[in-house]
Ligand binder design. Structure first.
Ligand SMILES: [Zn+2]
Ligand SMILES: [Zn+2]
Length: 134
């Protein structure tokens, strides 16, 4: 993405604010939720700008984009590989508490792929959706 035009400074300020806000939370917000957070600081930012910057940041590996086909994309300010819990009912995503061993892929099995990472996601029904009052 080329940003060396007269909008460059504004774009990087928007991108920095998006990144700062995303790093403050562990709620794994959707693009719409990031938009609501960033709008409090940059009231004139557009949803499209937020989408584009989140794509840019996740393509660069600065943030994680979570969620496969059929689920709403969520974003994580922590780009390090870490396991997640996702509720199949309400869609919330949380970081797993405590350590969890991630599988490792031997180089000879990587089939020439580079920049590999392992996305581990446990899917279940959260306590709220299950009707339990924790
Ligand atoms: Zn739920
Ligand atoms: Zn996370």
């Amino acid at each position: 993405m080329k940003i060396e035009d007269n909008k460059g400074a504004r774009l990087s300020r928007q991108r920095e604010t998006i990144l700062e806000e995303l790093r403050k939370v562990t709620s794994h917000p959707t693009a719409d939720e990031v938009y609501d957070m960033v709008r409090k600081i940059l009231p004139r930012i557009s949803l499209g700008t937020v989408y584009r910057n989140l794509d840019f940041l996740s393509n660069k590996g600065v943030v994680l984009r979570l969620g496969g086909a059929g689920t709403q994309k969520r974003f994580d300010g922590n780009p390090a590989a870490h396991p997640h819990l996702r509720c199949s009912s309400c869609g919330r995503v949380e970081d797993l508490e405590g350590p969890c061993a991630l599988p490792e892929l031997p180089v000879e099995q990587s089939m020439g792929y580079v920049r590999l990472r392992c996305d581990v996601e446990f899917v279940g029904v959260c306590p709220t959706c299950a009707g339990m009052n924790f």
